[in-house]
Design a protein around this ligand. Structure first.
Ligand SMILES: *[C@@H]1O[C@H](CO)[C@@H](O)[C@H](O)[C@H]1NC(C)=O
Length: 369
C-alpha cells in the first residue's frame, strides 16, 4: 500500500491504464493481506482465550476486602493467617498447618479444643499465595512456599523450630519444607500428600499404576498442567472437554468413606473466600506448581532427624480416589525414616473423620505411633 502511494505521488499525471493497473495491483494486495489479517485476528483471539484475567488483589480497589491478620514478607507480599488452639505464648507445641487445593486458612486440621488445651497446642494456618486474603504470587514455586512458611514462623516468633503438617497439596508442600528448611522443623506430618508423577526416581510402573487411578478428565488436566502449563487456564475454563474433576467437584472422585465425611465439608461459611482472587491465581497455579517440572525429588531427601529428635509421619488412605496412594506407598518404602500410616478403608478426607485430627496430632507430637 505504501509503495503504491509513493508510486502515484511520483507520477501525478498517470494515464488511465496506469491507474487501472495500480488499482488491480492494490486490490491484489488486499486479497493477499486479508487472510494474513484474519490470522493475526484469530491469534489475538486465541491469545485472549489462553490468557487468564489478572488476579483480584485483596485490599485493592475492585479486590476482595481484607478481614484477617496478615504479615508482610521480604518481597512485599502479604500472607493472611489464622490462629487456633492455645495462645502462642502459652503453647508447648507450635504447628504450622498448610491447607490443600481449593481451600484456605480456615481449613486447618480440626484438632479438638480439649486436646489443644491438654497438650498446649498452638495451630497456625495461612492462605497459600493467591488464595483467600494472601497476595498473589505469580512466580510461586515448590521452593518459595517453604520459604514463605519460614518467614511467617519468624514473623510470629515461633522460635528456632516448629512442627509442620499439611493436607493434600499442602502435604506435598511438606516435601518442600524437608528440602529447604529441615533445620527449622521439630516434626512433620504429610496427610494424603499429592504426588508428582514425574518426580525422578519413581519406577515407571509405580507412576503408571498411580496415574491410572485418576478419572480420565483428571489425567488430562494434570497432563496439561505438566506438559503445557500455559494452556492450564484455557483447559480448565473451556467448555468442550470436561476440566479437572476436583475443580468441578465431580462425585466420581469420592470414596465410600469420603461420601460419609462430605457433609462436614459442606458447611464452610468462608467458602466464598477461597477462589475470590480468581481461579487462575489460586487453583490453576497450584496445579502448575504441584505437577510441574521439579529439579529434585522427595526420593533424594535425607533424614532431617538423624538423632531421632523428631519424626516424619506420612498418612494415606488406601481408597483415596483423588490422590492415589501408590506414590506415598513407594516413597515411604524407599525412605526408611518416614513413619508410614496407611489407612486401609480411608479415602482422601480422613483428616475430617471423627477422632482422626487428634490421633494425627498425638502421633506427631508425642511419638506414640
Ligand atoms: C513394579 O515392578 C517391580 C519389578 O519389576 C515390582 O517388584 C513391583 O511390585 C511393581 N510395582 C507396582 C506398583 O506395580
Amino acid at each position: 500500500m505504501a509503495a503504491a502511494a509513493v508510486d502515484s505521488g511520483k507520477r501525478p499525471s498517470a494515464n488511465g491504464k496506469a491507474a487501472a493497473t495500480r488499482s488491480v495491483s492494490s486490490s491484489g494486495m488486499a486479497a493477499k493481506s486479508l487472510p494474513r489479517l484474519a490470522l493475526v485476528f484469530l491469534a489475538a483471539l486465541l491469545y485472549r482465550q489462553l490468557q487468564a484475567p489478572p488476579p483480584k488483589v485483596p485490599g485493592t480497589p475492585g479486590g476482595p476486602p481484607v478481614t484477617s491478620s496478615r504479615i508482610e514478607l521480604r518481597d512485599g507480599r502479604r500472607l493472611a493467617y489464622h490462629e487456633s488452639g492455645v495462645p502462642r505464648e502459652q503453647a508447648k507445641y507450635k504447628i504450622v498447618f498448610m491447607h490443600g487445593f481449593d481451600s484456605c486458612r480456615y481449613d486447618a486440621l480440626p484438632v479438638s479444643p480439649a486436646l489443644a488445651k491438654e497438650l498446649g497446642i498452638y495451630l497456625l494456618s495461612f492462605d497459600r499465595p493467591g488464595y483467600g486474603e494472601s497476595d498473589p504470587h505469580p512466580g510461586r514455586t515448590e521452593r518459595s512456599i517453604a520459604l514463605d512458611i519460614e518467614q511467617l514462623a519468624d514473623a510470629l516468633e515461633l522460635g528456632a523450630r516448629f512442627y509442620v503438617a499439611g493436607f493434600s497439596m499442602g502435604g506435598e508442600v511438606m516435601w518442600s519444607c524437608l528440602r529447604y528448611i529441615p533445620h527449622r522443623l521439630s516434626g512433620v506430618a504429610l496427610l494424603a500428600p499429592v504426588g508428582n508423577f514425574w518426580w525422578s526416581g519413581l519406577p515407571a510402573n509405580v507412576s503408571r499404576d498411580a496415574w491410572d487411578v485418576q478419572v480420565p478428565q483428571d489425567k488430562w488436566a494434570v497432563g496439561v498442567a505438566h506438559h503445557a502449563p500455559w494452556l492450564t487456564y484455557w483447559w480448565n475454563t473451556q467448555k468442550m472437554f470436561p476440566a479437572s474433576s476436583v475443580i468441578a467437584f465431580n462425585p466420581a472422585i469420592f470414596s465410600r468413606e469420603d461420601m460419609a465425611i462430605l457433609p462436614k465439608f459442606a458447611y464452610r461459611p468462608y467458602a466464598h473466600q477461597v477462589r475470590q482472587q480468581g481461579e487462575h491465581e489460586s487453583l490453576h497455579r497450584d496445579m502448575m506448581v504441584s505437577f510441574g517440572k521439579w529439579s529434585w525429588s522427595p526420593l533424594e531427601l535425607e533424614d532431617p532427624f538423624p538423632n531421632g529428635e523428631g519424626k516424619v509421619h506420612l498418612w494415606h488412605g488406601a481408597e483415596d480416589l483423588i490422590v492415589p496412594v501408590g506414590l506415598s506407598r513407594y516413597i515411604s518404602e524407599r525412605l526408611p525414616w518416614v513413619r508410614y500410616h496407611e489407612l486401609p478403608t480411608a479415602g482422601h478426607f480422613f483428616t475430617l473423620a471423627d477422632g482422626m485430627p487428634d490421633a494425627i496430632v498425638k502421633s506427631l507430637l508425642l511419638g506414640d505411633d
